[in-house]
Design a binder for this molecule. Structure first.
Ligand code: NAD
Length: 500
């Protein structure tokens, strides 16, 4: 007898509930095509219930002492560590990345949870005494109310953990809308958050696609929306949420370039480039998808291709796998189509990763490492965010020319320079227009002492996720000016001037 496919639950007011919707999607293991769960597209009524629960819970959560909020996140980080292997296995099954990479995905989110446990210090205000005689001014950073988060498929642990721990630690309540392609690890993380002591209604999870996202943008009780995903959807979310009077922060698409100068450490640079271009099958917003070889460094191309050929393509759960499958059949078809278009448009295919045969996983959505040289700015492989293991190699005569190529690209997410010259590194960090800048660091995602950021087409909204910036995003600054009278200080008569 066939076993029933499990359903993914909604989390509303502290309870895991079965959706009453008639609209469901399959969660598919991308290495095998096995349907491992069914995820609901929440009804408008369920969305309204989540918002009502979050609004009601805010009344007590906003006054919960800092220490009580912080201690929940101390417990939460311990629970995530305890369940690391289980969480990574679930993540790999639904997303496809290797187990080691899945642990990395969880770990980078765990670091934000650890930071949330520090919320007392992060949320402190400022005070200046005697701004006028006997008058003090101080600021407090108060929670906003109900906040919401919409997350992409490629980091189903890290990105939800960028959002709800910091929002909740600041005293807000939260509605999360995970990617419908891989919501299971996110749900397991939500369950562990309840176990850590997050009270009913403080964290709610609804599932679905465009309709649920639009309902979040429009809902009058939601005060702030955090989004991570593609540029098209992020721009829509930013505009729609802003129109409804909400704060919005949208971290979006990318086309990240590396520049390699001939004085770079050769072996280290080539290893870093191969890892950052093809790791996670290129499905990272910080993947290095374009490399600009400057001057003599052009001769390193054959060696880079050789490195790419050594990577093992297999299901993420297989020992020794370097590159897992793409998220869906549709994603695989799109990436292969773009490779075809690259050839048609005249790029030189140095390594063709289309249609690899992976023993035991013949149905998986695999595309192997692919390298194009002679890429120009007019080609689709350069203009599109491919989001697959495809590296475009370009050439430039100088660092200045390479920086100009990067700054002319519409995206500004991440970039990296490989060199041993401090002067070149300094010019690069000053002149390049991107959010995350690596110097001999291929994927410079900031730790939560800082905030993630982005420039130009990669970001809308001025404050980034996690770190200090997100405390400003998830709080309202209130500035209080106070005078306490004692009899000696009381002045006679009415003062109609502006002075204190
Ligand atoms: P996506 O934009 O397709 O989906 C993101 C979220 O939006 C999902 O929850 C999805 O359900 C929802 N959504 C999809 N279509 C929608 C629509 N028409 N209207 C409203 N909501 C909709 O992104 P994805 O494919 O899941 O993720 C990959 C993208 O995310 C890439 O572009 C990648 O660069 C980007 N990304 C950016 C960062 C960053 O920090 N800048 C980090 C990770 C991923």
């Amino acid at each position: 007898m066939a076993t029933a496919v499990p359903t993914v639950k909604l989390l509303i007011n502290g309870a895991l509930v079965e959706s009453r919707t008639e609209h469901w999607s399959d969660v598919v293991n991308p290495a095998t095509q096995e349907v491992i769960a069914r995820v609901p597209h929440a009804t408008p009524d369920e969305m309204a219930q989540a918002a009502a629960a979050a609004k009601a819970a805010f009344q007590t959560w906003r006054k919960t002492p800092i220490g009580a909020r912080a201690r929940i996140f101390l417990k939460y980080q311990a629970l995530i560590r305890e369940h690391m292997a289980e969480l990574a296995a679930l993540l790999t099954a639904e997303q496809g990345k290797t187990l080691a990479d899945a642990e990395g995905d969880i770990f980078r989110g765990l670091e934000v949870v650890e930071h949330a446990a520090n919320i007392g210090q992060l949320q402190m205000g400022e005070l200046a005494s005697n701004v006028a005689g006997g008058v003090d001014t101080y600021t407090v950073h108060q929670p906003l109310g109900v906040c919401a988060g919409i997350t992409p498929f490629n980091f189903p642990a890290m990105i939800p953990l960028w959002m709800f721990p910091m929002a909740i630690a600041c005293g807000n309540t939260f509605i999360l809308k995970p990617s419908e392609q891989d919501p299971m690890v996110t749900m397991r993380l939500a369950e562990l958050a309840l176990q850590a002591g997050i009270p009913p209604g403080v964290l709610n999870v609804v599932h679905g696609g465009a309709d649920v996202v639009n309902a979040i943008c429009d809902h009058p009780d939601i005060k702030a929306v955090s989004f991570v995903g593609s540029t098209t959807v992020g721009t829509h979310v930013y505009q729609r949420a802003s129109l409804a009077g909400k704060r919005a922060q949208c971290m979006m698409g990318a086309k990240n370039h590396a520049i390699v100068l001939p004085d770079a450490h050769r072996e280290q640079t080539l290893n870093n480039l191969a890892g950052a271009a093809f790791g996670a099958a290129g499905q990272r917003c910080m993947a290095l998808s374009v490399v600009i070889l400057v001057g003599e460094a052009q001769q390193w191309l054959p060696e880079l291709v050789k490195k790419a050929q050594t990577l093992k393509i297999s299901a993420g759960a297989e020992p020794g796998a370097d590159i897992g499958p793409l998220i869906s059949r549709k994603a695989k078809a799109r990436v292969q189509q773009l490779i075809g278009q690259g050839i048609e448009e005249g790029a030189k295919l140095e390594l063709d990763g289309r249609g690899p045969v992976v023993p035991g996983y013949e149905n998986g959505n695999f595309v192997g490492p692919t390298v194009f040289s002679g890429v120009t700015r007019e080609m689709a492989v350069y203009k599109e965010e491919i989001f697959g293991p495809v590296l475009c190699v370009m050439h430039a005569a100088s660092l200045k020319e390479a920086i100009a190529i990067i700054n002319a690209n519409p995206n500004g997410n991440g970039t990296a320079l490989f060199t041993q010259s401090g002067a070149a590194a300094r010019t690069f960090e000053e002149d390049v227009d991107a959010g995350q800048v690596g110097i001999n660091v291929p994927i410079p995602v900031p730790v939560p002492l800082f905030s993630f950021t982005g420039s130009r087409g990669s970001k809308l909204g001025d404050l980034g996720p996690y770190g200090k910036q997100v405390v400003a995003f998830y709080t309202q600054t209130k500035t209080i000016t106070a005078r306490w009278f004692d009899d000696a200080a009381v002045t006679a008569g009415v003062n109609t001037t502006i002075s204190l």
